[in-house]
Design a protein around this ligand. Structure first.
Ligand code: 5GP
Ligand code: MN
Length: 343
């Protein structure tokens, strides 16, 4: 983001504005942390700001400071539409294409004449933003919101609420500070956030130590379903709707399951296929290690995208057909996946 843009944004924010802040559909820790973090920052300047999430998010995020102010477009459409229509500024965080909010909300965002600010770390951004802060090397959108506040010269204004939100998203998007995008700068920022009041141990506890018994049972089932293809260093698992129902599935329950497949010794590519009969899709999460790009594979075959090492996608076929397709495309990536190649 260049200096002239920063001074334009500073100018724009110098008087109270109507501001709508939007995360992607099925928001995760980084999406909710970054949007609420920016919300608390904008509140310092008395803006009329609101976070509108496309739909609901998991319970393990429902303690973030002022999360109860978040509107859900899916269930609060009239109010959301009005706010989007009268917005001076729309900030889109942790995604870079309107369709990631779902088609109904995407149409409303598309039609809006408001100034747009994008802050995001995913690949291949669309070209809709007046001000675009896009950096695929960043650990998280929360780290970028910190940088954004820094560029505006306001790090000294970061309070406990902002710090808590931003710490949460950096923690969840870096797999608790272990993914390669975690840099020394990330750790410096985290240290500053702790100094500003983020309670690191409590945040970790709020996110990761609130498992239900049924979620652990569901994890057990996913592990039983784990399949390994050692000659292509690939592991995958499935969960059918019947299995989700059996273990009383709630939004967010399958978060992180795919990482167990990736933790197998020698595995560099992992996938989880989760049936959703209501949406008539199989939701796919893909993870990799090294240079093998699950973003590219997902774009090419599963109507999705994301990052090199973490991407999502979907299939509109049934589970057996989807798995057959997955297995049949693996040989196309033999060069990357075979153990005798580097990766
Ligand atoms: P997850 O597997 O946790 O749903 O998503 C992994 C990463 O890929 C996240 O950064 C997420 O935002 C992104 N992602 C998930 N699904 C999609 C999708 O359908 N399209 C795109 N472009 N990105 C996705
Ligand atoms: Mn993110």
């Amino acid at each position: 983001m260049i200096k002239t843009q920063i001074s334009e944004i500073k100018n724009l924010l110098s008087t109270p504005k109507n501001i709508v802040i939007v995360p992607h559909r099925n928001p995760d820790g980084d999406a909710m942390g970054s949007t609420l973090g920016l919300y608390h920052y904008l509140k310092l300047y008395n803006h009329n700001a609101v976070v509108i999430a496309p739909n609901d998010y998991p319970d393990f995020l429902k303690w973030l400071p002022d999360d109860e102010t978040v509107l859900k477009f899916e269930t609060e459409q009239d109010q959301s539409n009005t706010l989007i229509e009268k917005a001076d500024l729309i900030c889109t965080l942790d995604f870079n294409a309107f369709h990631r909010t779902g088609h109904l909300m995407a149409e409303v965002l598309e039609a809006s004449k408001a100034t747009k600010l994008m802050i995001d770390h995913h690949q291949q951004p669309d070209d809709y933003a007046t001000y675009m802060y896009s950096d695929v090397s960043m650990s998280s959108t929360c780290e970028m919101v910190y940088n954004f506040i820094e560029m505006l010269g306001d790090t000294d204004k970061i309070n406990t609420k902002i710090a808590t939100c931003l710490y949460t998203g950096i923690m969840t998007d870096t797999g608790s500070f272990r993914f390669p995008a975690t840099t020394s700068k990330t750790h410096h920022i985290l240290a500053n956030l702790i100094d500003k009041g983020a309670n690191n141990s409590q945040i970790h506890n709020n996110i990761y130590d609130t498992n239900s018994y049924s979620r652990l049972q569901l994890l057990g089932r996913a592990m039983q379903n784990l399949k390994v293809i050692p000659e292509l260093r690939t592991a995958y698992m499935t969960l059918t709707q019947a299995e989700l129902d059996k273990f009383n599935f709630k939004k967010g329950d399958t978060e992180g399951f795919v990482n167990y497949a990736l933790s197998l010794k020698g595995i560099i590519f992992a996938a989880i296929f989760i049936e959703n009969t209501q949406d008539k899709i199989i939701k796919i999460s893909l993870r990799s290690k090294g240079t093998f790009s699950v973003n590219e594979l997902s774009r090419a075959y599963f109507n999705g995208g994301g990052h090199t090492n973490a991407a999502g996608g979907r299939s509109e076929e049934d589970m057996p057909t989807t798995i057959n397709k997955f297995i049949s495309i693996l040989p196309h990536y033999k060069q990357d996946l075979s153990p005798d190649q580097n990766g």
